[in-house]
Design a protein around this ligand. Structure first.
Ligand code: SF4
Ligand code: SF4
Length: 694
């Protein structure tokens, strides 16, 4: 079918038809190239970003997340619509280009397809165009009638984007109709002339239009065909040039965003790519202060955002009314780029972002939980950008009042509480504990295979010390030759780094690395996911690290740990995934396997679990930050547990424990809900008389 239509166009248009098509194409392509050159200007002025490593892995990401649309079905209706549209576009792309070329050259043929393959392709693409058209109508109805909450734009973030979205949906629908009309009028003309009539896919858009046009006069049919062709041409190039002005820009940029996406979870970008820690003092300005301080990849993210709202829909800060919505971190930056790097006119840059498009509270409100990044179908990054903005604020001496004291304490004492270093190991001195377990301090006189890295909160907080003691007893029970660093251990610096204090983090890290190396241990175990993440991703040259849940799970599998049945038959347990164990490090199954190995333990899942877990409120310095919010994240989390039918929340992080226990009190659910750390529960249920081998 496609082989014949150019004949109809050219035979009637002759010279003028070819010229018109060529002129439209020439103007369209020239405008597009110019617009793209202007849009790419800020990327060339942005900071370096190292994204050219591991090309095969990146290609895999493109196949999975871009071509196979991996994350889209997480939102079923919108996801299915998007997959249909995307697949339709892929199928229709050769046809669209062929139509454009056919108008310019009488002799053009569809490359690579002829005979049956060509006919089959025609049927598939006619249905594809029909489906895309119907998807446009459905998407418009959804936006206008059903109005999913995540598309709404709160007044503080500006105007709603509905009109732009509907306009774009309308343009794509128009493109489909123009193509269908062109084909239908051609088929109707052939039928009336008694020529061989192309087979049109039954109930497809061209088929329906042909049925409506079949008895129209020949001249009208020709006008329809000619008009449809020009309309298709104009709409195609208008769309091409209009997309870089709004949310549809992702059609052009998403493939590159996905290819250059971050590959390593849990890591944080360096202050400046290409500048080593030793040379950081030569960097004049830390972090992001102006738009040009973002890296080119982060700018590309701004362009690629489809404004789908999934990030904000999953953001706990947004859910509790903090002044942060990740979607608008992106939209505001993109609007800034469009405004300050206009397609026509001079660039004007260098405006400080904090105080203009972002507020301080907005940037401090993030718990770095990663829910936004996990959800984004285009793999946009948020944590690195937010941390970079914090680095910029810290560099300008702009530190929130509530954080000044803990930061000073970290500097002078190595912990945010300002407690004495010599008290760091006091938690092992409890009399009852010493009767059950003895913990070595690796101070040069004692050696061990394994280091238990305790970190600040478990060392100093009275309640969390119970988690430390439970962890030590478990390690002892499985015959681990372990010890702690005691006064030689400083805070892991995990949150310090994520709050933008890179130099302080480096000082803490360097001290700990030296102490760990001096201890001569072969591996590290910790019960704190933040310490785990820091040791695994932020530190270099330290032995491999495991979270205690991994240690317990492997011991359970090996049959070295056995549990007594639970006696509280009425209790229903639920597991809360800590962000830095789950999302950032993909440890979802080990803690669940451990719980499921305890006889008579009834466990239910919360609606938001595993990679959709809801942050408890954040750890480390976030405990000291006083955010503006309507409700505590922890309270929302406790309510989620109650909705799931649980009355015991098990977690595997001391910070989650602080937040959840506080939230139980704030929500007035004392007596109805309790929280326990996984290590505490395991320690409580251990069958201790089974002899263990080392
Ligand atoms: S990391 Fe978490 S808190 Fe921060 S913007 Fe993303 S979802 Fe929100
Ligand atoms: S950043 Fe990603 S998830 Fe958020 S609105 Fe944009 S495309 Fe959607």
């Amino acid at each position: 079918m496609v082989q014949h239509f150019q004949f109809a166009v050219q035979s009637t248009w002759l010279f003028s038809g070819e010229s018109l098509s060529s002129i439209i194409a020439l103007i369209g392509v020239a405008c597009f190239v110019y617009i793209m050159a202007r849009r790419l200007t800020p990327l060339f002025r942005g900071q370096p970003d190292f994204r050219f490593d591991r090309p095969l892995l990146r290609l895999q990401g493109v196949l999975k997340f871009w071509l196979a649309q991996w994350k889209h079905p997480r939102y079923r209706t919108a996801g299915i619509i998007h997959i249909l549209i995307f697949t339709g576009f892929i199928i229709l792309a050769p046809r669209a280009f062929y139509l454009l070329i056919a108008g310019m050259s009488e002799h053009s043929v569809m490359p690579g397809l002829s005979g049956t393959a060509s006919h089959l392709y025609d049927i598939v693409r006619e249905y594809a165009a029909t489906i895309v058209f119907l998807c446009m109508v459905t998407a418009a109805i959804r936006r206008l009638v059903f109005k999913p909450a995540r598309y709404a734009v709160p007044a503080r973030y500006g105007k709603a984007h509905t009109a732009d979205a509907i306009f774009l949906l309308g343009l794509i629908a128009l493109l489909m109709v123009a193509d269908g009309l062109f084909e239908a009028s051609q088929a109707a003309r052939h039928a009336q002339r008694g020529q061989a009539v192309e087979f049109l896919a039954v109930l497809s858009l061209p088929w329906v239009l042909k049925s409506a046009l079949i008895s129209a006069p020949l001249s009208t049919l020709w006008n329809f065909q000619f008009g449809a062709y020009v309309l298709h041409d104009l709409t195609f190039f208008f769309l091409l040039c209009y997309r870089p002005f709004g949310i549809q820009f992702h059609v052009e940029t998403s493939l590159f965003s996905v290819f250059f996406a971050k590959l390593d979870r849990g890591t944080l970008k360096p202050v400046r790519w290409g500048v080593s820690d030793e040379h950081l003092d030569q960097v004049k300005s830390f972090g992001v202060k102006t738009f040009e301080d973002f890296t080119w990849k982060h700018m590309l993210d701004f362009y690629s955002c489809a404004d789908c709202g999934r990030c904000s829909d999953n953001c706990p800060a947004n859910a509790v009314g903090r002044p942060l919505s990740p979607r608008f971190i992106t939209i505001k930056a993109r609007d800034y780029a469009f405004q300050h790097y206009p397609v026509l006119g001079r660039h004007h840059n260098g405006t400080p972002l904090i105080g203009s498009i972002y507020s301080e509270h907005e940037i401090w409100s993030c718990t770095t939980c990663g829910a936004c990044e996990e959800e984004c179908p285009l793999l946009a990054e948020y944590i690195d950008k937010i941390v970079d903005l914090r680095r910029g604020m810290i560099d300008d001496g702009n530190v929130p009042q509530s954080l000044q004291k803990p930061l000073k304490a970290l500097e002078s004492r190595g912990n945010p509480y300002g407690k004495m270093e010599k008290k760091k190991a006091d938690w092992i001195k409890a009399k009852e504990f010493q009767q059950t377990c003895s913990v070595k301090i690796l101070d040069g006189n004692n050696g061990a295979d394994t280091l238990y890295f305790v970190d600040s909160i478990t060392s100093y907080d009275d309640r969390m010390q119970a988690i430390g003691r439970a962890t030590a007893r478990i390690l002892d029970h499985v015959g681990e030759n372990f010890g702690i660093l005691g006064a030689d251990e400083k805070d892991s610096g995990h949150e310090v780094r994520r709050f933008g204090e890179e130099m302080l983090f480096m000082a803490l890290r360097d001290h700990n690395v030296q102490a760990i190396k001096a201890s001569g241990v072969q591996r590290i175990v910790t019960a704190d996911p933040h310490a785990y993440n820091a040791l695994k991703h932020d530190y270099k040259d330290v032995p491999p690290v495991e979270h205690i849940s991994q240690v317990i799970a492997s011991q359970v599998k090996a049959g070295k740990i056995k549990f007594n049945p639970l006696e509280d038959g009425k209790n229903v347990y639920t597991y809360h995934d800590p962000c830095y164990l789950g999302r950032h490090n993909q440890i979802y199954d080990d803690p669940r396997d451990v719980l499921d190995a305890i006889p008579d333990l009834k466990r239910v899942e919360m609606k938001r679990s595993r990679d959709r877990s809801f942050c408890c409120g954040g750890g480390g310095l976030m405990l000291f930050y006083e955010p503006k919010e309507d409700q505590r994240m922890g309270v929302k989390r406790v309510q989620m547990a109650a909705e799931a039918g649980a009355n015991v929340i098990v977690t595997a992080c001391p910070f989650c424990m602080v937040n959840i226990e506080d939230a139980i009190k704030v929500a007035g659910m004392e007596g109805k809900m309790t929280a326990i750390d996984m290590a505490e529960l395991v320690d409580q249920q251990l069958v201790r008389e089974i002899p263990q081998s080392v």
